[in-house]
Write a protein that binds this ligand. Structure first.
Ligand SMILES: O=P(O)(O)OC[C@H]1O[C@H](OP(=O)(O)OP(=O)(O)O)[C@H](O)[C@@H]1O
Ligand SMILES: Nc1ncnc2[nH]cnc12
Length: 219
């Protein structure tokens, strides 16, 4: 194991919405936008401290970023979901999506909770052979192998606004395949949201036509 051990972020369980409504230390009511921006900046700092990484997992040469500590502690989990909600408001000003599409398996850790918080539906992209009924299929290559993804044919309705979410973008192969599935279902992809990016793999270059937002982006 390397880097930091899991720590709970200092953040309280105050929701993003509640935080908007609080006054600052001087007693003035800060603008909702600047309050949200400050909350988001603080959350990113705290969440970074919680991540850890493992060398040579699952195969030699891969530096594996472990996101599980984000979910091990309720304060970190709450900070994450609040931060993702704020990131969506900041990065995708066109309004809420109709559906959040999350990728098997780590996109399932926070995608449904985020969809619930936004009051929208959640749809699953699963590895081949796991979903019953008629499905659409797309092949993809990722950082350490090839695979197939599927979605149920009725998971997204034609014209629905779709936000695709996953924990990590590495080569971008998984997210690209998820986008192909949404396009097969005639969904309208409004964007891609990731918690973090593995640098040096140019994953974003594979995702054309919709904005990409990364919560823990260094830029
Ligand atoms: O950008 P890419 O190169 O496609 O890599 C990113 C994908 O790889 C990881 O999933 P993985 O396939 O390891 O499956 P898991 O979520 O089931 O662990 C990660 O959760 C992303 O989905
Ligand atoms: N380096 C990495 N760490 C964690 N998850 C990954 N998925 C693809 N590449 C990864």
């Amino acid at each position: 194991m390397s880097t930091q051990d899991a720590q709970a972020p200092a953040s309280s369980s105050t929701s993003a919405q509640q935080q908007h409504q609080q006054q600052d230390a001087s007693g003035r009511q800060p603008s909702s936008a600047s309050s949200a921006a400050a909350q988001l900046t603080g959350a990113k700092v705290e969440l970074r401290k919680v991540l850890r990484s493992f060398s040579d997992f699952p195969i030699p040469g891969i530096e594996f970023v472990d996101i599980m500590p984000l979910f091990a502690n309720p304060a970190a989990h709450n900070t994450l979901v609040d931060a993702l909600e704020l990131q969506i408001q900041e990065a995708f000003p066109g309004g809420r999506p109709d559906v959040i599409v999350g990728l098997d398996a780590r996109g399932f850790l926070f995608g449904p909770g985020l969809a619930l918080k936004l009051g929208v539906g959640f749809a699953a992209v699963r590895k081949k052979g796991k979903l019953p009924g008629p499905c659409v299929t797309a092949e993809y290559l990722k950082e350490y192998g090839a695979d197939f993804f599927q979605m149920q044919e009725d998971a997204v309705k034609p014209g629905q606004k779709v936000l695709i979410v996953d924990d990590i973008i590495a080569t971008g192969g998984s997210a690209k395949a998820a986008a192909e599935l949404v396009k097969q279902l005639k969904g309208d992809i409004t964007g891609f949201l990731f918690i973090l990016e593995i640098p040096g793999l140019n994953g974003r270059d594979k995702l054309e036509g919709a904005p990409v937002s990364i919560l823990m982006d260094d830029n």
